[in-house]
Design a protein around this ligand. Structure first.
Ligand SMILES: [Zn+2]
Length: 328
């Protein structure tokens, strides 16, 4: 909200309120955005007249975002030249599927007949008064959440957190950030395994449940056991082949005393009851179980649980039969 709008004594406040109260009487509103970039609920509210229930709602023309790339790079251009940087791939009118390029003829001028066909005389006149620059620019995608129009991970993360839209995982969009993660990050295991734990905790691994939410599959049933939905917890901890591996760890029985319901709750509980060394082994086992799961899904021959255990022993330089393992 602009600062003057927070002060009712500010002249700008009165001007803005006066302007807004007259908007329903206008012939149309030009918005510097793409319709697709705006929240659907806002578009729906405006188009259905909910914003001005006692007045007519004028049509809204989405003509942006308009970005002057050349100016951003430091080059000086006239106002007209700046239009070359404007990539106006817009829909004109709320119910006419028409792009700006469709209104320009082969000579690069406004196609007057087409322009006059899409709206009122005033609208057509307003459009025809927009100068067209001869040097053609290619259409391109513009990320409106950065000033330079380019996507960055930082701005994408900000947007996802702001709107709770990191919804490609199982969770509600907000990554799980709990106290135990501060300690978990210090665990002396390969970074890829810590990353794997993070993705599991937030539902960012492509298990069947995630794929179903993304409409890639028709159901969430585990491909291996064909009995339960495959969640991150099931794919690494609960499925029968996973259990066969995990039972080889001496600490397994201590973890089954609690009925965990999610991967993050398993990790959180394990951190309370296991030693650091046991915790390291557990996360490596979970990761190994996920690897085996992937082999199965992709048609690669899988290893019997006992072989997986032996390999874990070998890779950890842990002699079979040590206190960590109970299968011998
Ligand atoms: Zn299963």
């Amino acid at each position: 909200m602009p600062e003057p709008m927070l002060d009712r004594n500010d002249p700008a406040y009165l001007d803005f309120v006066g302007c807004c109260s007259h908007l329903p009487r206008s012939d149309g509103i030009i918005a510097n955005t793409f319709e697709e970039l705006e929240p659907p609920a806002a578009i729906k509210a405006i188009s259905e007249g909910l914003c001005a229930p006692d007045s007519p709602t004028p049509p809204i023309y989405y003509i942006g975002p308009l970005i002057d790339e050349e100016k951003a790079s430091g080059s000086a251009h006239s106002e007209e030249e700046c239009l070359t940087g404007f990539h106006i791939s817009v829909k004109v009118g709320s119910n006419i599927d028409c792009r700006v390029v469709d209104l320009i003829n082969e000579e690069g001028d406004w196609d007057v007949a087409s322009v006059e066909r899409i709206g009122t005389v005033q609208e057509a006149e307003a459009i025809l008064n927009i100068p067209i620059v001869r040097s053609a620019a290619r259409d391109k995608l513009i990320w409106s959440f950065n000033r330079n129009g380019k996507f960055s991970v930082k701005s994408g993360y900000w947007l996802a957190m702001k709107d709770g839209r990191a919804g490609f995982g199982v969770g509600n969009g907000a990554p799980v950030v709990t106290e135990y993660w501060k300690h978990l990050w210090k665990l002396q295991v390969p970074p890829k395994i810590l990353h794997f734990l993070w993705r599991c905790s937030n539902g960012y691994i492509p298990c069947m449940e995630s794929l179903l939410k993304r409409r890639i599959t028709q159901d969430a049933i585990c491909i291996r056991c064909q009995q339960f939905d495959e969640t991150p917890l099931h794919a690494t901890w609960q499925c029968k082949d996973c259990v066969a591996v995990l039972e080889g760890a001496s600490f397994y029985s201590s973890l089954t005393t609690l009925q965990v319901t999610s991967f993050s709750s398993l990790i959180e509980f394990a951190m309370k009851v296991l030693t650091v060394d046991e915790m390291k082994l557990l996360v490596i086992m979970l990761w190994s179980n996920w690897k085996e799961r992937n082999s199965f899904v992709h048609g690669i021959p899988t290893k019997p649980p006992l072989v997986v255990l032996w390999e874990l022993c070998f890779n950890l330089e842990e002699p079979p039969g040590s206190s960590r393992f109970s299968f011998i």
